[in-house]
Design a protein around this ligand. Structure first.
Ligand code: GLN
Length: 530
């Protein structure tokens, strides 16, 4: 069977959940097919690693060290696969490739043009991934909204692609918005019509339209969209607003999306949603609840911590426990009153000095009051600083990232990072092995001695301070294979005080929640002894 392609574009507005829609389509078709998701982003950064989370949400890190768009988090979680950085194609990467080819002389004698040279590079990259991975189905998500200057070249490449792969092997899905204006109280199809017109002007004629709406689409609006946009009525699908993104595959199934895709592409992979439904049932019918404080500095934008939020959902699905998240902006922390009544405290990753003293205060509160604590990356570094200052008596201890002149640089730059000048893609990135200490809590939670978690950092626990930290009661429960880097710490005297230099939230899955989150939520559920 030749590889089939589904191209997903978006219209009307950004933020309609195209990534979730793509991941959900993938989930529905994944029972019998090997699926590779590819995301095309129109920005000129080579990858999102150099962007502030406020700009672009969470930077997702892959096993291979790629820093990619946060939609890859949804793809991995909904498809249960491990993605590769090559599957995220940005315009920054495209132009870099075109420039390299031009300098090498690949275009000798020619004027290098957007069409065909840039579009050929885009298609060539996708076909290379197909040659390498041999998937049954490629799901290509075009970032942004039709009409944006940034994604015009991607759209043109996708238009051309139907000739390259054969019209029977490619299907176009357009995600739009169906508003119900206040006072009118009626679903409106005009934005969808206009958006589809923009797409048609670019030579792409959608086969399926998903209309994001707060209600199921009415027969009238389906008929209207079908008529004006030249799609069959059953190919107009509701993209319902939901509380929980995990419901989207169920909605799409109910709307008959797998059958339409089957009919048009001649691929059959019956959806199997039994387990998924069970998990959702557990999430929606909790038998208990806890409140966890997330103390960070991008807390106004939950997208910055998307994988953390999902990791808690995964725990809820197994433990039948609702996890309420209380977002605390640590730049504003003056005292710890905001932590009143929380069952657990999480300090996530982060960069730069802003908000760090607030976080250190929060960590001290968790340690001294025996409140379950989970520290991720910067969260580990700050718990080491707190411990150094308040338990080891190392006054002014800090990270050289925050205070280059600290008298006690308990956290310092990794030696291999010292001479790195370029900022893009140069951190310690991707999955690294850690060896866990037998008998430690972390070892118990993972249930094995060797673990691979994903990393994204430049600083580490300074080896000069390993001894004093351990003497004063901090257990290094996981270290890198060469013994140099502290990957996991815990405080044996505390009911649950665990931190890691890694980002375990990136590998958490519905079927298998990240062990540290699982242990943390369980500890939060057991207030006995506190
Ligand atoms: N800023 C810290 C470092 O670079 C922590 C990074 C993180 O939390 N991802 O090491």
């Amino acid at each position: 069977m030749p590889t089939k392609y589904i191209i997903v574009t978006g219209g009307v507005l950004s933020g309609l959940g195209k990534g979730i829609a793509v991941a959900s389509i993938g989930h529905l078709l994944s029972s019998r097919l090997k699926i590779i998701p590819i995301k095309c982003d129109g920005y000129l950064n080579v990858d999102p690693g150099t962007m502030n989370p406020f700009e672009h949400g969470e930077v997702f890190v892959l096993d291979d060290g790629g820093e990619v768009d946060m939609d890859f988090g949804h793809y991995e979680r909904f498809l249960g696969i491990s993605c590769k950085s090559k599957w995220n194609l940005t315009m920054g990467k495209v132009f870099e490739m075109v420039r390299q080819k031009e300098r090498r002389g690949d275009y000798l004698g020619k004027t290098v043009q957007y069409i065909p040279h840039v579009t050929d590079v885009i298609k060539g990259h996708i076909f290379e991934v197909v040659r390498e991975e041999r998937p049954d189905l490629v799901l290509v998500e075009i970032g942004g909204t039709v009409g944006d200057i940034e994604n015009e070249l991607f759209l043109e490449a996708m238009r051309q692609m139907k000739e390259d792969v054969g019209r029977g092997n490619i299907l176009y899905i357009h995600l739009t918005y169906v508003p119900i204006p206040y006072g009118v109280n009626e679903q409106k199809s005009k934005p969808t019509q206009q958006s589809v017109n923009l797409l048609k002007q670019r030579g792409i004629f959608p086969d399926i339209i998903i209309g994001r709406c707060s209600e199921f689409l009415t027969q009238e609006v389906r008929a209207k969209i079908s008529n004006f946009c030249d799609v069959e009525p059953e190919a107009v699908i509701t993209g319902l607003d939901v509380e929980d993104i995990y419901e989207i595959p169920l909605i799409f199934e109910r709307e008959g999306l797998p059958e339409i895709i089957h009919k048009k592409l001649n691929i059959y992979s019956p959806p199997d949603l039994r387990k998924w439904k069970k998990y959702l049932e557990n999430i929606n019918n909790p038998s208990g609840e806890i409140t966890v404080a997330i103390c960070g500095k991008y807390t106004k934008l939950a997208d910055s911590y998307a994988s953390i939020v999902e990791s808690f959902n995964h725990c809820s699905a197994h433990l039948k426990c609702k996890v309420n998240l209380r977002w605390i902006e640590t730049t504003d922390v003056e005292d710890t009153s905001a932590l009143q009544g929380v069952d657990g405290i999480l300090v996530p990753g982060g960069f730069g000095v802003r908000g760090t003293e607030g976080k250190i205060q929060v960590i001290r509160h968790a340690r001294e009051n025996h409140i379950p604590f989970l520290g991720l990356c910067l969260g580990l570094q700050l718990s080491v600083i707190e411990f150094a200052r308040n338990v080891c008596g190392l006054e002014g201890a800090n990270s050289t990232e925050m205070d280059p002149d600290t008298p006690h640089p308990v956290i310092d730059i990794l030696p291999e990072q010292r001479n790195i000048k370029e900022k893009g893609g140069t951190m310690r990135l991707g999955a690294y092995k850690a060896i866990l200490k037998e008998g430690s809590l972390v070892h118990k939670l993972y249930g094995k001695k060797e673990v691979y978690e994903r990393h994204r950092h430049r600083y580490e626990v300074n080896p000069d301070y390993h001894q004093i930290l351990q003497e004063k009661g901090m257990l290094f429960s996981g270290i890198s294979e060469d013994g140099r880097l502290v990957e996991f710490i815990e405080l044996p005297e505390h009911p649950f005080f665990v931190a890691t230099q890694a980002h375990p939230e990136l590998k958490s899955r519905m079927e298998k929640p990240a062990p540290l989150f699982f242990g943390f939520v369980k500890a939060c559920m057991e207030p006995a002894g506190r």
